[in-house]
Design a protein around this ligand. Sequence first.
Ligand SMILES: Cc1cc2nc3c(=O)[nH]c(=O)nc-3n(C[C@H](O)[C@H](O)[C@H](O)COP(=O)(O)OP(=O)(O)OC[C@H]3O[C@@H](n4cnc5c(N)ncnc54)[C@H](O)[C@@H]3O)c2cc1C
Length: 528
Amino acid sequence: MAVPPPPSPTLSASQLATLASLVEERRANVGDVLYRVGDRRYPFIVVLEGEVTILDAAGQEIIRHGPSGFLGELNLLSGQTVFLTAVVTEPLRYIAVDRDVLRPLLFQDGPLTDLLLSTFIQRREALQRIQGVGLEIIGPHSSAATMRMIDFARGNRLPFTWRDPAHDEGAAAQVADLDATRLPVVRLPGGAELQGPTTGEVYRALGIGLELGPREDVDLLVVGAGPAGLGAAVYGASEGLDTLVVESTALGGQAGSSRRIENYLGFPAGISGTELVSRAVTQARKFNARTATPYRAVSLEPANGRHVVRLDGGQEIGARAVLLATGAQYRRLPVEGLADYEGSSVFYAAGPPEAQLCGASRVGVVGGGNSAGQAAVWLARGGALVTLLHRRGDLRETMSNYLILELERYGVVVRDRSEIAAIHGGNGQLEAVTLKSGERLPFSFLFLFLGASPCTEWLDDMVARDEDGFILTGAAASAENLLQTSVPGVIAAGDVRSGSIKRCATAVGEGAMAVQLVHAGLAQPSLT
Ligand SMILES: Cc1cc2nc3c(=O)[nH]c(=O)nc-3n(C[C@H](O)[C@H](O)[C@H](O)COP(=O)(O)OP(=O)(O)OC[C@H]3O[C@@H](n4cnc5c(N)ncnc54)[C@H](O)[C@@H]3O)c2cc1C
């Protein structure tokens, strides 16, 4: 297999002893299956003696675990359907800790949490690079629902394989008789097939995600689960507020797509967006904040005492306070035919599947901000020949110095004053771009980091917004508190707020501040 095996660290003697004190030791024989692809759940398994081999759905070996090694990846924490099969390959003495027993331990034991979280995340990243693990999504590039499903799988870091009928005869035969409403076909681990499912249906079929009732009533509703929303969830729930977070796409927001956040306090070596988000979600769950995804807020009806937010599935949430933390979404490039390439050779985030896809090809990264710099470095480190295009005269105006040095270090070519006027290719595969200067550059893949617009259209004119759509708060909204919107009891935090500093730390801080404001508001019923 071309993919390097994921790391396989071992537990210390004292960690083994702690885990062994929780459950009885077990034994298994060669050939016994501990869990298999498609199982609803599996326990945390620690090998005391012997060996277990992990296989994909086609029976290909992925890795072997020996004494003091442990099995599992991110789905052990999320409760997602099992993607892999574990077979005993040497007589086994082991312990199996149920997920519900493991979780409280993770809240108490810092070193164990660190080891498991970082190992599970690395294993998930490795799985995302392997074809044939996880979901199979079958549908053409021209199907908007198929592309939405692929985006959803990417955003949620689900391993998946996309089978495009244009390049795959088997896939073409499978979808030949299906009309657009039955696309994509999604095959779940274990073989069950869904035709034309919503992203929510797939999520729940995988066993993840809270299913909301038609009406829920909470103290604090947080709309959006980026750093601001998750920050508010942790602080709100830890301070006793009944807190619900609804998220339309993937927990973590923009931060979840960041390769490495270098400037977040407390992580001198930087932290990947996935790890920051996994830690935040684990922390929010520890305090019993509920996160519900994918649920999109589609309207807000302010009222005295209890605001109502309606969701795209028809559910309504009554909340004494609402925190708007819907952040911002990437801007698209204004060139003809862009949609034909999006998802196959034009991307808005650079994660493990994209790096795997690009290999050593010629790649263009567009944008002058830190997100573009991070992506360019990550792709170049993976072996791609990267050119960074930006429109200003000097990258130092917009990018942090440490990243500019990294670009040099990894051989990224930087082209100042370069804007794309047209893109060329066929069948979803990019071949070249033409710059406004008329120059043509051969690129097989393009990554766009062009800044973002606020996700506020759904609010209509219910709260005051600035001319770019960002939510006005504080003095600009004739409100006393920095985060208070024009509607009492409706608060905004993070990137969605007009004038906010667009950074992770600020978003988390504002999320935490918002909770104080909610407390103050709840203490004065006339304000909420
Ligand atoms: C690639 C990249 C790299 C970055 N690197 C860094 C870095 O190194 N350091 C740093 O400090 N910052 C970095 N940033 C910026 C940082 O990630 C953002 O400032 C931060 O994520 C903002 O957090 P937020 O919670 O306000 O919004 P977001 O992260 O945008 O989250 C908002 C969430 O709301 C959801 N949402 C939107 N509309 C709805 C709706 N109607 N209903 C329900 N949910 C909805 C979205 O799906 C999203 O998950 C980076 C950003 C990107 C894109």
